[in-house]
Write a protein that binds this ligand. Structure first.
Ligand SMILES: NC(=O)c1ccc[n+]([C@@H]2O[C@H](COP(=O)([O-])OP(=O)(O)OC[C@H]3O[C@@H](n4cnc5c(N)ncnc54)[C@H](O)[C@@H]3O)[C@@H](O)[C@H]2O)c1
Length: 326
């Protein structure tokens, strides 16, 4: 009999790609999402329960109804800049929401969780980041994820809940079949914005800071294809299903690209120059975030397959071209 995974935030960018991977691997998928930042039409792999993780009664009723084997928890707010100006929104949605989910899981006897954490929990680091690198977030978003990790570990010890915490670096690219993709409004992410620059002659791509201590002065990030992330989530579910102990993994490639290099690469893929200006730094942005993902490779057998910049940008370009026509 197929196993069931309860996917909070499955109508969003990363969640919908993971829902596809779970379904393709034989899982029955049920998405739980309030559609505050997600899209009904991206829930294609299983049922949608429209509900809020801040609504404890609805969450518990949904878990009682679905009786999942595991929870994959994506639902959160995830914009660094917004978290700097609206911290309460982030602490409430991400921390209180996760606590509600953990309580509901314990009450309904669901004991396996895969959690979306982030490189934003690390803060500033000038070396390759391993899972042992100290976590000193420099924005409220990163703080909320660090809090959630701690809660998940503490609930784990107290209630026998096993978890895989995945700290992803910059999720990027889109499903190569064009079945789901990235759609945020407003869009804060660098690749969609650079692509908009190439697609729309009137839009200038703002590079947020040109005076960082990096070779070209712009921030360096480790971009990982969202479908590679989805593969890691599926491996995490399998790992937990076969009795794996609670653990934490970075998901990245070990390769950094600067925002300037990214804009150049988008120009190449698009065959059109990305018009760009250097603007002010965005508060809360560390200069460099690059992962060591050796542990995910060793324990989960995970290896990114589509996370070279060319594959990421081609898949994103194709998606945004289709979105513009629809
Ligand atoms: N995108 C990235 O680069 C990145 C990097 C690291 C970690 N993450 C984490 O991955 C997860 C998914 O990120 P994303 O980029 O897909 O974001 P997203 O905004 O596209 O998806 C989040 C989904 O959660 C839903 N949601 C939010 N609050 C909810 C609530 N209270 N109740 C029910 N549903 C709610 C939204 O409607 C949306 O569908 C988040 O937890 C984020 O912190 C993302």
């Amino acid at each position: 009999m197929s196993k069931t995974v309860f996917v909070t935030g499955g109508a969003g960018y990363v969640g919908s790609h993971c829902a596809k991977a779970f379904a393709n691997a034989g899982w029955t998928v049920v998405t739980y999402d309030n559609l505050s930042r997600g899209h009904r039409d991206l829930v294609k792999w299983g049922d949608l329960i429209e509900g809020d993780i801040l609504d404890r009664a609805s969450l518990r009723a949904a878990l009682e109804q679905v009786r999942p084997d595991a929870v994959a928890h994506f639902a959160a707010y995830a914009y660094v800049a917004e978290s700097m100006t609206e911290p309460a929104l982030y602490y409430r949605n991400n921390v209180v929401g996760t606590m509600n989910l953990l309580d509901a899981m314990v009450e309904t006897d669901v004991r396996q969780m895969v959690f979306s954490s982030s490189c934003a929990t690390y803060g500033i680091s000038d070396t390759l980041i391993t899972e042992e690198t100290p976590q000193n977030p420099i924005n409220p978003y990163g703080e909320t994820k660090k809090f959630c990790e701690k809660m998940i570990r503490d609930y784990g010890k107290a209630h026998g809940l096993r978890s895989v915490i995945l700290r992803y670096f910059n999720a990027a690219g889109c499903d190569t079949d064009g079945e789901t993709g990235e759609r945020h409004d407003p869009e804060p992410h660098v690749i969609p914005l650079a692509i908009r620059g190439a697609m729309d002659g009137t839009f200038t791509f703002n590079i947020l800071g040109g005076d960082y201590d990096t070779p070209d002065g712009t921030c360096i990030r480790d971009y990982v294809h969202v479908s590679d992330l989805a593969d890691a989530h599926e491996r995490a579910l399998d790992y937990l299903s076969s009795g794996g102990k609670s653990d934490i993994f970075n998901l990245g490639t070990g390769q950094g690209s600067s925002v300037m290099q990214l804009a150049d690469a988008v120009s190449r893929v698009a065959g059109k120059e990305v018009p760009r200006v250097i603007a002010d730094r965005r508060p809360g942005d560390p200069p460099i975030l690059v992962a060591s993902a050796d542990k995910a490779r060793e324990v989960l057998g995970w290896q990114p397959k589509r996370s070279d910049l060319e594959s990421i940008l081609t898949s994103a370009w194709d998606w945004f071209q289709r979105e513009a026509k629809s």
